[in-house]
Design a protein around this ligand. Structure first.
Ligand code: NCD
Length: 325
């Protein structure tokens, strides 16, 4: 449903709502563009003039540390103006109010909305209602999608492990409630990983998970055997109704990533986590802070990836006011 509106008539990216249906070529173009922005973050003056005169609105209806901040830094490094709005979910839970909020911000001649919302489909709904010169990036909608996180995860893997075709990748933890898992799965399958596994108790796996193109494991040691990349997921307590895990101690004992369990993966396997981490629940500090962890580099790469997405969407378009003439 969503992919049709992500590109304009000329084939240029106009919204980024999901990675589902994005071609390998489109993903690689974003990753290559991100690679070119890494250097900007390493300079003394970390700024390029690409989006001068554009206004980006960070519209966050759910809490965020990394995503909101890295979008803001990314926009500023591209010389855009940035407005940050954290909107309490209690005042805007349903479509009409959400659209009204956006319409008001749009009347201020803003160009790009980065939207996070607890409802799956919120960013898509907004994208359907904004005029052509306004663009939407989904920064996480419910359990549905978190496309820039998926992109920064595959960017990290490509930088540290090279060709996707050679790689066995395992996602571990709360697959059921995770929008990151869904975006990772779409990206990794499109980019052609050799094998994609998900490891979780049955209660945290969606039904018919195989249909997503993954091999499910409930035994973490079997699932980790010989993998190159271990992607941890946070236990999403805020999205759980009822008991999905027996107790935190029991979950950590069986599914927490400890050095002993990581020893089942390849000796040079890398470890990723989108943050925020629950230390001692899904991951042991020895692993999180250990030599195979790329958890902090992921955050750094997230800036370049978000710069790439914003540059591909807004860059090379007419001057903001000219578009409306
Ligand atoms: C993720 C999210 O919000 O979906 N975090 C993030 O963007 N860095 C994952 C999570 O909250 O577990």
């Amino acid at each position: 449903m969503t992919k049709g509106i992500q590109f304009d008539a000329s084939g240029k990216l106009t919204h980024l709502l999901t990675l589902e249906g994005l071609s390998r070529q489109a993903l690689v173009e974003i990753l290559d563009t991100a690679e070119s922005f890494i250097a900007v973050g390493e300079r003394e003056i970390k700024k390029v003039p690409l989006l001068r005169g554009h206004t980006v609105v960070n519209l966050f209806f759910e809490p965020s540390t990394r995503t909101r901040t890295t979008f803001e830094i990314a926009a500023k490094r591209l010389s855009a103006d940035v407005i940050n709005l954290g909107v309490s979910t209690s005042s805007t839970t349903k479509g009409e109010t959400l659209l009204d909020t956006v319409r008001n911000l749009e009347a201020m001649r803003t160009d790009l909305f980065v939207v996070r919302h607890a409802e799956s489909g919120a960013a898509h709904l907004i994208a359907q209602h904004v005029p052509k010169h306004v663009h939407i990036i989904n920064a996480g909608d419910g359990r549905h999608a978190h496309p820039t996180q998926g992109l920064l995860d595959v960017f990290t893997i490509r930088r540290h492990k090279g060709a996707f075709e050679k790689l066995k990748v395992a996602l571990i933890g709360d697959i059921l409630h995770s929008r990151v898992a869904r975006s990772d799965i779409h990206a990794l399958n499109t980019l052609g990983v050799k094998e994609l596994r998900v490891i979780a108790p049955k209660t945290l796996l969606p039904t018919a998970v195989e249909k997503l193109g993954v091999v499910p494991y409930t035994d973490i040691e079997a699932g980790l055997d010989d993998v190159d990349v271990v992607m941890m997921l946070r236990i999403q307590r805020e999205r759980m109704q009822g008991a999905h895990i027996p107790s935190e101690q029991e979950y950590f004992r069986v599914y927490g990533l400890t050095p002993d369990k990581l020893a089942c993966a390849k000796p040079d396997a890398i470890v990723l986590h989108p943050g925020p981490m629950n230390r001692g629940l899904e991951i042991d500090s020895t692993v999180a802070d250990g030599p195979r962890s790329l958890i902090l580099p992921q955050v750094t790469y997230g800036i370049a990836v978000r710069m790439a997405v914003m540059a591909l969407i807004l860059g090379g378009r007419e001057e903001p006011l000219g578009r409306r003439a």
